[in-house]
Design a protein around this ligand. Structure first.
Ligand code: ADP
Length: 379
């Protein structure tokens, strides 16, 4: 064990534009006895966090993501993954105060814009200092650490016959439920990862070229991200949560909303290899009043999801080929409970690169920034 390690409890926090992610390290029992330092307050915090999976009205623990036997600074233990809407930071601070955290923790390692925005509130409400880390540094450190600790972390979606999809007029984009359901999740060995393009789809999107653990740069980004999907979906369908938006999209059909190549050509645009089923104009049918009258909420949600996802896929592909990179790793909470987007991205990467690019995904989706913070808790 590292004797210079800061006192427990160990947290890492990522206060994002939409969600706040909190990662908590629970030391293993014999560690705790060994140290024999666990105070009543510390014990209460540990029990409160590890025995519940919901906190207050909106806090949730992603129990399925919990990691066992993780070693950090010579200590073994479990990692717990908790999230709540950033709009509830005030309620979080009240809860932290009521659990006595304010007396125990004087520094929280935090990243994300909220680490700046809410710094004063943390100081005033619970007398906690935020030690701020850059969110992209934290993100990459978190990805590499979690992948090294979890053999199942990295995966891809394999098309039905595992052959890379090549650009061919008879290949049609798998927008239909049947075509997408044929994709299966398979583990990917990410032990020699470099170089890779990391595409973080949060409220907005950042794209990073990663050549080594601390050798990376931000190549691109787009403001059309997860926040755009949810915002537009709320406007268009009246839905009120991400889960609802995803459920609507899962049972919708975007071809009633979008204008396809075949709606314009009557079939394929064969000369340039554009299949008839390809979207030529996202939302292109919605300028016709008869079409609008017939469209369902599900179809609108599906079209919004496909539009945002394909736009991100297309920018990612351009960046990857520009930088001569074959592996594109997607993360961020937009992909939470969202296999539809992952499959669309997988298809698009492979199809438009004639099989040269591979889309990869990570099990801990949106938590890497928070993990990265936890790791740097020595600085
Ligand atoms: P940020 O750090 O910008 O908050 P995240 O990686 O946490 O980014 O992703 C936020 C996005 O994740 C939202 O814009 C939305 O598309 C999606 N999302 C997934 N789950 C939820 C949820 N429970 N509430 C709100 N948005 C969610």
């Amino acid at each position: 064990p590292d004797n210079n390690a800061p006192p427990m409890p160990w947290f890492g926090m990522d206060i994002g534009g939409t969600l706040t992610k909190l990662v908590y390290f629970e030391p293993r029992e014999n560690n705790r006895r060994e140290l024999d330092k666990e105070t009543e307050v510390l014990k209460n915090i540990r029990r409160y966090l590890t025995r519940n999976s919901a906190y207050g009205k909106t806090g949730r623990r992603d129990v399925h993501l919990q990691m066992e036997n993780v070693t950090i600074r010579g200590r073994r233990g479990s990692l717990h993954f908790i999230r709540f809407p950033t709009s509830e930071v005030g309620a979080f601070l009240q809860l932290a105060r009521s659990k006595g955290m304010a007396d125990l923790v004087n520094t929280i390692y935090a990243t994300g814009g909220g680490a700046y925005k809410f710094e004063e509130d943390f100081k005033k409400e619970v007398n906690m200092r935020l030690s701020k880390l850059d969110e992209l540094d934290a993100l990459i450190a978190g990805v590499l650490f979690v992948d090294s600790m979890n053999a199942q972390e990295c995966y891809y979606w394999a098309p039905p016959n595992e052959e890379p999809v090549h650009q061919h007029p008879t290949d049609t984009p798998p927008y239909s439920a049947e075509a997408l359901s044929a994709y299966v999740r398979k583990p990917f060995d990410f032990s020699s990862p470099y170089p890779f393009l990391l595409v973080n789809i949060g409220s907005g999107v950042s794209m990073l070229v990663v050549n080594g653990p601390s050798d990376y740069y931000r190549v691109s980004g787009t403001s059309l991200g997860g926040g755009t999907f949810l915002g537009l979906c709320c406007l268009l369908t009246g839905c009120s949560s991400f889960e609802e938006a995803i459920a609507l999209a899962a049972s919708g059909d975007n071809t009633t909303v979008d204008k396809l190549v075949r709606d314009i050509y009557g079939g394929d645009y064969a000369r340039f290899g554009l299949p008839g089923d390809l979207v030529a104009s996202s939302f292109g049918q919605m300028c016709a009043v008869e079409r609008r009258a017939k469209v369902s909420r599900e179809d609108l949600a599906r079209a919004t999801l496909v539009t945002i996802t394909n736009n991100i896929g297309s920018i990612a592909r351009l960046c990857a080929s520009n930088e001569n990179i074959q592996r594109v790793v997607f993360c961020g909470n937009f992909l939470r409970v969202n296999p539809l987007s992952m499959k669309l991205l997988s298809y698009a990467m492979s199809y438009w690169s004639r099989g040269a690019l591979k889309a990869l995904f990570l099990e801990h989706e949106g938590y890497f920034g928070a993990v990265g913070c936890l790791l740097h808790l020595d600085s």
